[in-house]
Design a protein around this ligand. Structure first.
Ligand code: SF4
Ligand code: MG
Length: 327
């Protein structure tokens, strides 16, 4: 499959300001050198604990954040080098679905009008054409024509997420970043919304970056999975490979904590010691060494390389072989 979006060594640091003069006192290293290719029509899962940089990565891909270093290349063009005006057509092609669509809806604005805004901003459609578009969209996401005149509070959580999806697909995007898009929903509603996302994907050839802390959902939804820890990529593989043959100790620990027997199989429980370190002051060497059960001195001193294990399976760990034996 052709590549649609490429990240090369992307870093995103946020300055920490303090003191009376608000001087920069350090940086939160939200994303640390992520290189990645997104292929047309795939669903790439991004997993990790909260604060690992998943959301920042999503926002950076969409151009909502400037990168501190590295390149975001979309359809062959480096996004950061474009002017705001030149970026407009790219922005239309990349959309986001959030965990809580309610937060981005005006409680006093009817849903029809809220969705029409997208067309007011980005198209020359007439009022009647816009209305028709919105009604088509409502149907497309499993809502009804008469929802057009309702207010956000009249919808259930699942329906609101459908509205969020309608807004995201309104301008025919090619890439959609889903940031914990189903995490707030009940399991049965989750399944319906995921099914809708899949239907839309095959109908419109959408490419998803699917950010989630729920490894069960990711396994169902995604064809490839990237594991992040403290802004770093720990492992990247096909979903099949990652779930049956995880190589990074952190991935193994995440999988071993899933309470679903179908995934856990005979995996032994790996308990992680301690908390996630502060990203303003990350550990030396391998960022995971403070919690890794098989860390050595080498891990404290040297950041592991991104190793190609064949079969499109990549991992950043000094001790993959040892991990195979003992974890
Ligand atoms: Fe653990 Fe060392 Fe591998 Fe990091 S490099 S995951 S600390 S074994
Ligand atoms: Mg987040």
């Amino acid at each position: 499959k052709p590549s649609i979006l490429k990240l090369e060594g992307v870093k995103k640091y946020y300055p920490i300001k303090g003191g009376m003069l608000k001087r920069i006192q350090g940086h939160v290293k939200a994303v640390e050198e992520v290189s990645l290719e997104l292929f047309e029509g795939e669903s790439l899962g991004v997993v990790g604990e909260s604060g690992c940089g998943k959301s920042t990565l999503g926002r950076t891909i969409l151009g909502l954040e400037d990168v501190t270093d590295g390149k975001v290349i979309f359809q062959g063009k480096e996004v950061q080098s474009l002017s705001n005006r030149q970026r407009l057509p790219f922005k239309k092609q990349m959309q986001m679905i959030f965990q809580d669509p309610y937060a981005s809806l005006n409680p006093r604005q009817k849903i029809g009008a809220a969705l029409e805004e997208v067309f007011v901003i980005h198209t020359d459609l007439s009022a009647s054409e816009r209305k028709k578009k919105v009604i088509d969209l409502l149907r497309e996401v499993g809502l009804k024509e008469d929802h057009y005149d309702r207010l956000p509070h009249e919808f259930s959580g699942g329906q609101r997420q459908r509205i969020g999806i309608a807004r995201a697909i309104a301008l025919n995007p090619s890439v959609v970043v889903c940031d914990e898009a189903v995490s707030a929903l009940d399991v049965s509603v989750q399944a319906q919304v995921l099914k809708l996302l899949k239907t839309l994907q095959s109908k419109y050839g959408l490419t998803y970056l699917f950010i989630s802390h729920d490894l069960g959902v990711v396994r169902y939804f995604c064809s490839r999975v990237m594991v992040m820890y403290l802004g770093n990529t720990a492992e990247l593989a096909s979903a099949e490979q990652l779930y049956t043959n995880p190589l990074h100790p952190y991935t193994k620990a995440l999988l071993s904590s899933i309470p679903r027997p179908s995934i856990q199989k005979d995996r032994k429980r790996i308990r992680l010691e301690g908390e996630i370190p502060n990203p303003a002051n990350p550990p030396s060497g391998c960022a995971f060494h403070t919690r890794c059960p098989i860390a050595t001195d080498l891990c404290k001193q040297k950041k592991p390389e991104w190793r190609d294990m064949g079969d499109q399976h990549f991992v950043a760990c000094h001790h993959v072989e040892k991990g195979r034996e003992v974890l």
